[in-house]
Design a protein around this ligand. Sequence first.
Ligand code: PCA
Length: 194
Amino acid sequence: MEKRLLITGFDPFDGNTANPSWLAVEKLPDRIGDYTLCKLQIPTVFGKSSAFVLEKAEECHPDLILCIGLAAGRDAVTPERIAVNIRDARIPDNEGNQPKGELVVPGGPAAYFATAPVEKMAKAIHEAQIPSAVSNTAGTFVCNDVLYTLLHHFAETSIRAGFIHVPNTPELGNPSLPLAATVDALTAAILACK
Ligand code: PCA
């Protein structure tokens, strides 16, 4: 069956010149398995990033939303299992916001489980010979913020949402994974979202 996927990557942040999450998303073909892809680069800014995703979702009516982000320091491609209702930033975002211990959604539940099939995605990536593991924390910066907001927004709908953190590329830092491997990992993860 024909399906639509909205997939996002972030702009560079924390003084970096590029963000592998967007570099990888950009390289994906427009169709993968049953999915037609709708791609979007989002800013590393609290609130604005998720607003951009929600706005794009109105336009492309996705069945599935996958947001991709950089997790510098990780050496595997990691689908995120959970998002928490906390903004607690170690560094400022791209507009200088640095919330400490604030809620993402005041009155919202403490956490949501991702509705994308995290175990299946991690297994598929691993089977494609790329290091992968399910992660139990997306942190408390902008990536977690986007995932929490999407899961809250689409909680009572059939639209599934997930987040995948990717390592750096060798050019940008270590540990790292070549960009082509990250692209293959995302492709395997999408194919696993039946
Ligand atoms: N990674 C950051 C925000 C943007 C990105 O690519 C994070 O893990 O929150």
